[in-house]
Design a protein around this ligand. Structure first.
Ligand SMILES: CC(C)(COP(=O)(O)OP(=O)(O)OC[C@H]1O[C@@H](n2cnc3c(N)ncnc32)[C@H](O)[C@@H]1OP(=O)(O)O)[C@@H](O)C(=O)NCCC(=O)NCCS
Length: 196
């Protein structure tokens, strides 16, 4: 069957990056990234080293299950761990209004921010999602006030309808990180964008 023949998370090189599956050697990078308050500004807590270990285990398990899970971003020149960016099948503790779906998401170490790294990696995975995996739609979510992340979504050409904003079910409604935005990107829109 085609399904088993496709590597859903191949190792690829873009202009500045290597995009690949999770490996054990990523643990130190994950501990630093998920323990950094700048990176975790829009999450409810920082990861302890033990939680970062669990995070890496979850990434690997989900990758095994679905073929991909927010692939790793590595610096092509130095091999340094920069974070993650790419496709994921959501498995959050609360349901999303768009499930079942494939989302795209990103988290990078602050030293890389503002250089278009997220957009470079995301562009590859959007193309891969639509052209190779033949997805009909890819979504992205973030808290309303995460403007850096929303800017990446907008730069990629994703669209946002305020009528689809939603409260994350496992966060109390008066919590500042409760309200989320949903951005969508359809295969048709991707084709229009690609064909100019
Ligand atoms: C979101 C994140 C991945 C963006 O990575 P990045 O490589 O810096 O993204 P890019 O350089 O491709 O683009 C960032 C854009 O956001 C813009 N931006 C930065 N800070 C901003 C702000 N406070 N408000 C609005 N836009 C902002 C930048 O100007 C840039 O847009 P431009 O190229 O038009 O100038 C990175 O900031 C990050 O890892 N943040 C912490 C984790 C996180 O919040 N992840 C998303 C969870 S949904």
């Amino acid at each position: 069957m085609m399904e088993t023949l496709i590597d859903k998370c191949p190792r690829v090189e873009t202009e500045r990056l290597v995009l690949r599956r999770w490996e054990e050697r990523d643990l130190d990078g994950v501990i630093r990234m998920n323990g950094d308050p700048r990176v975790m500004e829009f999450f409810r807590s920082l990861n302890t080293p033990d939680e970062a270990r669990q995070f890496l285990d979850i990434m690997m398990r989900q990758e095994e299950k679905h073929g991909f899970c927010f692939p790793v971003v590595e610096d092509k020149k130095t091999g340094a761990f920069l974070g993650f960016c790419g496709l994921n099948v959501p498995a959050y503790s609360g349901p999303l209004p768009c499930e079942p779906c494939v989302e795209i998401g990103w988290r990078l170490i602050p030293e890389t921010w503002g250089k278009g790294i997220a957009v470079e990696a995301a562009r590859f995975w959007l193309g891969f999602g639509f052209e190779t995996l033949q997805l009909n739609e890819i979504v992205a979510i973030t808290v309303v006030q995460n403007h850096k992340s929303r800017r990446v979504m907008e730069k990629l050409g994703m669209t946002h309808d305020p009528a689809e904003d939603f409260d994350f079910l496992n966060v109390s409604v008066d919590h500042p990180l409760c309200r989320h935005v949903l951005y969508r990107f359809s295969a048709d829109r991707f084709r229009e964008q690609t064909n100019g």
